[in-house]
Design a protein around this ligand. Structure first.
Ligand SMILES: Cc1cc2nc3c(=O)[nH]c(=O)nc-3n(C[C@H](O)[C@H](O)[C@H](O)COP(=O)(O)O)c2cc1C
Length: 315
């Protein structure tokens, strides 16, 4: 059997350079363990979890897989210190930090023997992550679902730009949902891909079925990077998005936008399935998604298509 190996599969001790992104309200232990069991790297998204909930997910993930998995820690949420402590105490092997300064926790995690990856949306921040001692970066382009950079740099431009500026491995994210897109990202300079939106429409994703169905129905132009004054996030267009758009058109202040966002919007939309009032985060790749399927099948389809296309180039 031909065993694939590159700097990322060796770094994480995984079989396939396919990483399921940490996603609030969607990526708990069920999704993470399913992806890790399929040979990729599953990530528990801690951004929507209280510390005791995170601990429970880590324990359940360990029981469900003997393969490596990671925890994503968005540095903009509360409880970060408690999350880091739980991660260290429970010997999680890999942490993906995002939305903050990579200097904050990298050295503490590395001292505990944990591999650290930081998510960036520019080559300047990629250099900062390398200087902070990270083992790799995720270069996340404009197409991606969730929170994103203000600069709007697309994956096609960002991946080679980051690759040129740093010597640690680059993981590409944003607009990757198929083996064809994965191959393009690898040719641009990535050693692995981080995929979010496609795993939203997996059986194991813990988000609401209404949200999954809305993602399947979405097409080109149905998402937009919004709330750039506050924290830029790619939203699926709905009533809440319309309200944001109209406030932004009237030049709403940061305070007014914060009030409009309020608390619990993301939970309302993605976890409770309120498609009108809730915040729905999804990437441009939603246009390519047309069914809900097991996470392992997603990993295997992407990996199979990637390898078939790669072979076809040598014919
Ligand atoms: C519903 C949703 C929630 C997300 N939540 C997080 C999060 O909690 N932390 C984070 O670092 N990124 C988050 N992201 C971004 C993903 O980690 C990933 O980088 C992105 O989805 C990749 O682009 P793609 O959606 O085109 O695959 C989220 C994305 C989505 C779609």
């Amino acid at each position: 059997m031909n065993v694939f190996s590159n700097e990322i599969t060796r770094l994480f001790n995984i079989e396939k350079p396919i990483i399921q992104a940490g996603m609030i309200w969607a990526s708990g232990w069920q999704l993470a363990s399913a992806v890790s069991n399929a040979g990729g790297l599953g990530i528990i998204g801690s951004g929507s979890m209280y510390p005791n909930v995170l601990k429970e997910h880590i324990i359940k993930c360990k029981a469900a897989t003997d393969k490596p998995f990671a925890v994503n820690v968005p540095l903009l949420y509360p409880n970060i210190e408690e999350h880091i402590q739980i991660i260290i105490e429970n010997k999680v092997p890999i942490v993906f930090t995002s939305a903050g300064n990579p200097k904050s926790f990298t050295s503490i995690l590395k001292a505990a023997g944990i591999k650290v990856v930081h998510v960036v949306s520019s080559s300047k921040f990629a250099q900062k992550a390398e200087a902070a001692g990270c083992d790799a970066v995720v270069a996340e382009g404009f197409e991606a679902g969730g929170h994103n950079g203000r600069e709007e740099t697309t994956s096609f431009v960002l991946i080679p730009a980051v690759k040129e500026k740093i010597s640690i491995p680059v993981i590409a994210a944003g607009g990757i949902a198929t083996g064809r897109q994965m191959l393009a990202a690898m040719i641009l300079g990535a050693s692995a891909v981080q995929i979010g939106s496609r795993f939203i429409v997996s059986d194991e994703a813990s988000c609401h079925i209404n949200f999954k169905n809305a993602v399947i129905s979405a097409g080109e132009g149905d998402t937009e990077l919004s709330l750039k004054k506050l924290t830029p996030v790619r939203l699926l267009k709905n009533k809440f998005y319309d309200e944001v758009k109209s406030a932004e058109n009237q030049n709403a202040s940061v305070e007014e936008l914060s009030t409009l966002l309020g608390r619990g919007r993301a939970k309302k939309g993605m976890f409770e399935g309120d498609l009108e009032e809730g915040e729905l985060e999804i990437g441009q790749a939603c246009t390519q998604l047309n069914k809900i399927q097991p996470a392992a099948e997603i990993v295997n389809e992407i990996w199979g298509e990637y390898n078939a296309l790669l072979r076809s180039f040598h014919k």
